[in-house]
Design a protein around this ligand. Structure first.
Ligand SMILES: Cc1cc2nc3c(=O)[nH]c(=O)nc-3n(C[C@H](O)[C@H](O)[C@H](O)COP(=O)(O)OP(=O)(O)OC[C@H]3O[C@@H](n4cnc5c(N)ncnc54)[C@H](O)[C@@H]3O)c2cc1C
Length: 455
């Protein structure tokens, strides 16, 4: 996609003082702890793109948002901080898609493509390399303007409280971008927070967050033996019983896993994904804590595998082929939207006129602290299939901004259900369609007649 015009945006800590029309959000990094302050000087930046829709974050929600926006005819840019698309699917090596069965559109298309390209058992459990490749191709075919290795670091509103420019850091340095509508699909709600949106984080009473887990890909195992010993179900699957047995086996190898329901997903013969640890009390918006958690998690995963290998027999050749580049973050900021989806909505099985999809997954809260059992549970909430409304995808505090994926507007308990990737894709697809229509008609997302889009 061609740059329309090269303009300049002045940024920096004092940007608000020099350019009265731009509203500067508070520094979102205040969590990191400070020893002193540095007053970053303002500077002039090139505006490298002026486009219709910009999607920040190329995870399950972001790829769907970008593809659907581009397919609606909007010039669409997708900005992702890592070197591949897919988010937790790829950088996180997740390997398992939940709540996709009742989804049509891009989710169905992706599952079909994975199956055709030899996802061994089912597209539900997929090969992360195949996922990276498939997402690249889908974005290219849909004419999405993809920018990898590019991180959103600031955002600026105009005098009408509308998000107008964002700033990124990349191999190209610091650059500004302009669009008519933006979608925050960063998982942690980075863009919305840079813009000045309010958000919630953690349990409503304690502020505690779900633990993080570092996924690993294992080689050197014979799946048939794992299945016959009850450590994995057939066809790459897993059950509560197989998780308990795997926990006991890890213990037999000399390690008490921090996650008491460790899981093995068979991707293809000789290639198994493992989720076996919990890092408790780690904030998704504190890089120091995430660094420590990642190093501790990698140590635990290595100890688990060394312990298993020491048992000999079916474990004698097991090796870690890879641990994820990004530790799995279950919970980040939940950005305030026009509507906040709640645990009560899940209990009622809420229906909304502006539904973007129907979610069917349970409330899945992993232990919030080490001495709380180490497994997962629903905190007594029995969810019925429920709708996710478009209003939860539209920012309340800033105009021209939508959210998709785990950073949409919901409470702690609703988030524990809708966060899974089948729903993230459906949310992204809907957000992309609405954003495109708004941008092409110079309207705000909340002014779009969604009934003409969601059929
Ligand atoms: C350990 C673990 C196990 C899980 N198990 C399952 C499961 O089995 N099945 C399932 O369906 N779901 C599972 N989930 C839930 C699910 O993975 C997430 O909720 C899902 O990833 C949400 O998708 P997303 O697109 O909102 O976020 P993400 O996948 O987190 O994607 C966000 C993307 O934005 C990028 N990004 C972030 N900040 C910036 C920035 N400032 N600038 C540019 N790019 C940025 C990231 O690199 C990433 O690519 C699990 C989650 C975890 C952590």
């Amino acid at each position: 996609m061609k740059t329309k015009r090269r303009t300049f945006l002045k940024t920096g800590a004092l940007a608000g003082a020099f350019i009265p029309f731009y509203t500067v959000a508070p520094n979102i990094n205040s969590f990191s702890g400070k020893t002193s302050e540095f007053n970053e000087p303002a500077r002039i930046l090139p505006v490298c793109r002026e486009t219709d829709v910009i999607v920040c974050g190329g995870g399950p929600a972001g790829i769907a948002a970008a593809i659907s926006s581009a397919r609606m005819g909007a010039k669409t840019t997708l900005i992702e901080m890592y070197g591949c698309l897919g988010g937790v699917w790829t950088s996180g090596l997740l390997s398992n898609i939940i709540d996709f069965e009742n989804k049509s559109g891009i989710m169905r298309e992706l599952v079909d493509r994975l199956e055709k390209s030899n996802a061994q058992y089912s597209a539900k459990v997929y090969d992360a390399e195949l996922m990276k490749f498939t997402l690249d191709q889908m974005c290219l075919e849909s004419l999405v303007d993809v920018h990898l290795h590019t991180r959103v670091t600031a955002a600026y509103r105009n005098s009408r409280n509308k998000l107008e420019h964002i700033v990124t850091e990349s191999f190209s340095g610091r650059e500004a971008w302009k669009a008519k509508v933006f979608i925050d699909a960063t998982g942690n709600g980075d863009l919305a927070t840079h813009t000045g949106c309010k958000f919630e984080l953690g349990h409503p009473e304690t502020g505690k967050v779900q633990p993080m887990s570092l996924m690993a890909i294992l080689v050197g195992l014979d799946e048939k033996k794992l299945v016959s010993n009850g450590l994995m179900a057939g066809k790459g699957g897993t059950t509560e019983d197989s998780k308990r047995k795997f926990y006991a086996e890890i213990k037999r190898g000399g390690v008490e896993a921090s996650y008491t329901m460790p899981t093995l997903f068979g991707i293809r013969p000789g290639m198994i994904a493992m989720m076996a640890n919990h890092q408790y009390g780690v904030s998704a918006v504190n890089a120091t804590q995430i660094t420590k958690a990642t190093i501790e998690a990698r140590l635990e995963v290595n100890k688990i595998i060394d312990g298993l290998r020491s048992l000999g027999g079916m474990w004698s050749e097991v090796r870690i082929a890879a641990t994820a580049g990004q530790i799995g973050i279950r919970e980040g900021r939940r950005i305030h939207g026009i509507y906040t989806l709640t645990g009560n909505d899940l209990i009622k099985g809420a229906r909304f006129d502006d539904a973007v999809c129907r979610a069917t997954f349970t409330v899945d809260v992993h232990s919030l602290e080490k001495n709380a059992g180490g497994g997962y549970g629903s905190h007594g909430i029995k969810a019925q299939p429920y709708d996710i409304p478009l209003r939860s995808l539209i920012a309340k505090d800033v105009n021209g901004l939508m959210m998709a994926g785990r950073c949409i507007s919901g409470d702690f308990f609703a988030h524990a259900s809708y966060r899974v990737t089948g729903n993230a894709v459906a949310m992204g697809e809907a957000a992309g369609m609405v954003a495109a229509k708004a941008a092409l008609n110079n309207l705000l997302p909340q002014d779009i007649n969604y009934k003409s889009i969601f059929k």
